[in-house]
Design a protein around this ligand. Sequence first.
Ligand code: GTP
Ligand code: SPV
Ligand code: MN
Length: 611
Amino acid sequence: LIPPAPTRSAAKPVKPGSVNAPEGADPRVVAWVASVAELTEPADIVWADGTPEEYQRLIDIMLEAGTIVPVPKRPNSYLARSHPDDVARMESRTFICAEDADDAGPTNNWRDPASMRQVLGGLFDGSMRGRTMYVIPFSMGPVGGPISKLGIEITDSPYVVASMHAMTRVGTAALEAMRGTTDWVPAVHSIGAPLAEGEQDVAWPCNSTRYISHFPETREIWSFGSAYGGNALLAKKCFALRIASVQARDEGWLAEHMLLLRMKHEDGRVMHLAGAFPSACGKTNLAMLQPTIPGWKVETLGDDIVWMRPGEDGRLWAINPENGFFGVAPGTSEKTNATAMAMMEHDTIFTNVALTADGDVWWEGMTKEAPEGLIDWQGRPYDPANGPAAHPNARFTVRAEQAPSIAPDWEEAVPLDAIIFGGRRPTQVPLVLQARDWEHGVYVGSTVSSQQTAAAEGTVGEIRRDPFAMLPFCGYNMGDYFSHWIDMGHRLGRHAPKIFSVNWFRRDADGGFLWPGFGENARVLEWIAGRVAGTAAGVDTAIGIMPAEGSLNLEGLDLDAEVVDELFEIDPKAWLTELVDVEAFFGQFGHALPTGLVRQLNHVRWRLEHV
Ligand code: GTP
Ligand code: SPV
Ligand code: MN
């Protein structure tokens, strides 16, 4: 069996020295670490302090092991090549272990906690033999911040520790904040590759048996077998979304798969916007957008996760709990995201990108043509017959402070004005529309659907429902999650942010994108800001409020009138067919589905039938 989560009353006291614990660590932290070490039997235990010296030591260890190679063109930058089967999140191996299967709901893989503890106990037994066990105390959000939370990740992967340095606030301050409390999330990760005495290690050790397991009631995470980001950086999707969504339900706030940005105009207009798009559907790009329309500027606050709480003033206040960006490399270029390109010039860990002959990184979409002499993501001379040079889910890991667009006050909470939902929809879904009210907005969020991307295993391009872009990340029954969103609207009342739907990915008959996207998306954000301020005109349609003629700024954009019409075309027949699918999707939630969503569905259908 895996050991239990720490409880308020400490188990039998453990000498801190026996697990190399720093002076002053909470005895329950020490006892828990000892219990994990007893099970996993590491050769050594190291507590992460989050210092640059420690980061350098981890880099040296990974260079020595061949896990990373230098990227000579970029100071302090490295390339990690993963095992070819360890490149993305594994939703089929991700489990929610609630006592009652209904609490995991129909969209999660449920396992009974007792039997999962037994399975994991077997897998973790001796799983760190011959390796160093790292203990990483971290804070999501600034240490001690009003919306922040604490956790400890134990891992036997130096790649995970180095990545956590960039992605979270690691170290002594977080550990000190855990003194006198058990309000922190214990998370254990093992690559599942014990080393026998004298055995030669491989560059990217991992195990083909994989379990990414969550125990929502006891707030525990146990992950085995994979070292890929979303499976192994347990602070991110496992804690900040799956466990945090359960905490948010219980404590009256929201933990969401969203970007966070501030859009400012020279004339003083300011809007704070959060946006949920499924994985690899444009959050990082929108968060770092360089507006093409004059007067506007975007400041980045976050690109993947947002925690939001109603404040004393009644408004919804938001933070990005992370400390860095784990972004999609392919498609990133000077044209599409110059901010990201600038941020990756130094101090970046790349994973599964290609290497150029002159010692730089490359991926599909960075330049039109692949340069000569590329080494592909698996370390072979690039041959198109083997597939792309960079893996489609190749990523970069950098600290947030490296983004030139980062807001100076990015660690502080901001009051939200607007929330947008979107996905990759090649047909049917218009460029932008506004929900009529909060409940309709929850309906819009709950009916998000998108083409599957390379961020998780599965068939790329297949359209699936991904409500709130949270399908893989909600730690409880999504029917209850929808209700929680509706309740939030009641609580916020007139202070609630306005809700919108966007789609940058509508295609023409030849398969090309109708909308230029990227920096031009600022035009859509400008209309949204106008709606929030009450200055932009809208037209009510069956599926929501669309820009009135002339209210969306298309000045200087080379778009034919027919293309604009196509971007906003609503095909009632196609929408009625879509509603059949929505109804089937809703049906699986049974009594957990809030009646408000049924009311919204019926209303939209009635409107479509009476166009
Ligand atoms: P995760 O980190 O997986 O959660 O993804 P994300 O939502 O942050 O996605 P990201 O911004 O990294 O975008 C993924 C891909 O979509 C990249 O290849 C981008 O180039 C592409 N993309 C982003 N915005 C646009 C857009 O406006 N139009 C088009 N055509 N492509 C876009
Ligand atoms: C996603 O897949 O949505 C990501 C990357 O943001 S990961 O952290 O691996 O989940
Ligand atoms: Mn994501």
